[in-house]
Unconditional design. Structure first.
Length: 498
């Protein structure tokens, strides 16, 4: 698709912003429609879980490209230095590559909408449960899952639409919705207030959840994992280590070894490393039209073949070709518009399908890496490197462990962040890891995130020079998405991002 068409698409929605349909998060689910029984609560909660993977009607239509998880990974990873775009495109995903965000881009608008729809649903279940006298352990488990989901959705929203906590906790955050009766017009809470709510909800969820319903449902350990991540993003080292250790010491999970890691993402439901995933079945295999995998992998016809593993990430991994994490990066001899084709397999392979997986939201390796980062920042280098080595010895690098010794010229934090980048690549962490640590994101490699790039400009023997969008500073305005126009137009108390 041509750049000329792209520019038309980028400007077209702005002309018709006032004609948008009412897309305030709403649902037919009310406290009156939920029976106050375990079965009724479970059915309502299952509906909330389904919203992470369903294609929900939005703005009067159902677009198969709209799905919570597809948007989540797209909006985070495509704005990072791990994935490269091999062409300009009219798909809204290009806003993330180009950082040329608008309040009307469909992927962001849908993500905002569906996030608050999930929040509204779990609020309704929580309120219905208030009428249950002496809830048993199963009922408490379901209520706890609701608190977890509310925390999780608020957390993902504040990551996309607000400055990192470590940059400015007093900055505008997102709109906290903790009751189904909240007024539609409501101001944004500060980042600090949002984090306080996230942590309180996750703690409440952990307190209530005592049953195991499978890794496709929230659990006490999933709430601890969320707390580990939230405290890491907040910069609280002690609490990060505390909650990481609670998950690790629960003994419910173990790191996959070098062999099992090759199939972990295709077998997420059965992996001992999975803490929480969203369960997809063959019925949920959206194929080329709307899957996550179709954006980053193709077996020839299963995907679009437009986004690949970046030169930057491959250079970071290049010292160790025996690293099993290379198994998720597949090189082909072709080039796409001058860009080398390295497909990404982390969302493929379930049941042998190139477009099916059950995306992992939390896994044990992250807990070791969260803990290692906090230890590095607290000055405990030996402990940080020991945790990093726990990952490396299970990824084919038994002969390349740190054994307490930092690489020459590297700090403990740099060493941990490098391992974190390689281990968690394509899982939605990278941009947040960079900016919350007040680092620059360096995208000085060939790709169509570079404005005005033509195939004839590309010389793979050299690094690009003279383009915008190559090095993104952590205080750049565009590392944060605009609040979607739907919220701005219908909620006059909600201030827009600059």
């Amino acid at each position: 698709m041509t750049t000329r068409i792209l520019l038309i698409i980028l400007t077209f929605p702005l002309l018709f912003g006032s004609c948008l349909k009412d897309v305030n998060p709403s649902d037919s689910l009310t406290t009156g429609t939920i029976t106050q029984t375990t079965q009724g609560m479970r059915q309502a909660l299952n509906g909330a879980y389904a919203l992470f993977k369903d294609h929900v009607e939005f703005n009067g239509t159902t677009d198969l490209n709209n799905m919570y998880l597809r948007q989540y990974f797209q909006m985070s990873d495509f704005a990072s230095d791990d994935i490269v775009c091999a062409q300009t495109t009219t798909d809204p995903l290009y806003y993330s590559f180009s950082l040329n965000h608008t309040p009307t881009q469909t992927n962001s608008r849908y993500f905002w909408y569906i996030s608050y729809k999930i929040i509204n649903d779990v609020n309704t279940v929580i309120e219905a449960a208030e009428g249950v006298q002496n809830p048993d352990a199963t009922m408490k488990q379901l209520i706890g899952e609701c608190y977890f989901l509310r925390a999780f959705c608020h957390f993902n929203l504040v990551k996309f639409y607000a400055r990192p906590y470590t940059q400015d906790p007093a900055a505008p955050g997102i709109i906290l919705r903790t009751s189904s009766t909240d007024p539609s017009s409501k101001a944004r809470s500060t980042v600090a207030e949002v984090y306080a709510s996230i942590i309180a909800d996750a703690e409440k969820g952990a307190e209530l959840m005592a049953e195991q319903r499978g890794v496709q449902y929230a659990s006490q350990e999933a709430a601890w994992a969320l707390l580990s991540r939230a405290y890491l993003y907040k910069g609280n080292n002690d609490s990060t280590i505390y909650y990481s250790n609670k998950v690790i010491n629960s003994n419910r999970f173990s790191l996959t070894d070098t062999t099992a890691f090759r199939t972990m993402f295709a077998n997420a439901m059965g992996s001992r490393e999975t803490i929480l995933c969203v369960a997809f079945t063959p019925v949920d295999d959206y194929g080329k039209a709307g899957s996550i995998a179709s954006m980053i992998y193709s077996d020839g016809n299963s995907g679009w073949g437009e986004e690949f593993a970046s030169q930057s990430l491959r250079d970071t991994m290049s010292a160790y070709p025996q690293d099993v994490r290379w198994s998720y990066i597949v090189n082909t001899p072709e080039k796409k518009n001058g860009i080398e084709t390295y497909y990404i397999m982390k969302f493929s392979g379930q049941g042998g399908s190139p477009t099916l997986s059950s995306p992992i939201l939390f896994r044990l390796a992250e807990m070791y890496l969260n803990k290692a980062e906090a230890e590095a920042k607290a000055g405990n280098t030996a402990a940080a490197l020991a945790d990093v080595d726990m990952i490396r010895k299970n990824r084919g690098l038994q002969g390349a462990l740190y054994n307490g010794q930092l690489p020459a010229g590297k700090t403990a934090l740099q060493t941990v962040l490098k391992e974190r980048r390689i281990e968690l690549a394509f899982e939605g962490h990278r941009t947040f890891d960079v900016y919350r640590n007040k680092l620059n994101l360096d995208r000085t490699y060939w790709g169509y995130h570079l404005p005005g790039l033509k195939e004839s400009d590309i010389d793979l023997s050299k690094r690009p020079a003279g383009y915008a969008n190559m090095v993104i500073a952590p205080d750049n305005k565009r590392v944060v998405y605009f609040i979607p126009i739907d919220e701005i137009q219908t909620n006059k108390l909600c201030a827009q991002n600059p």
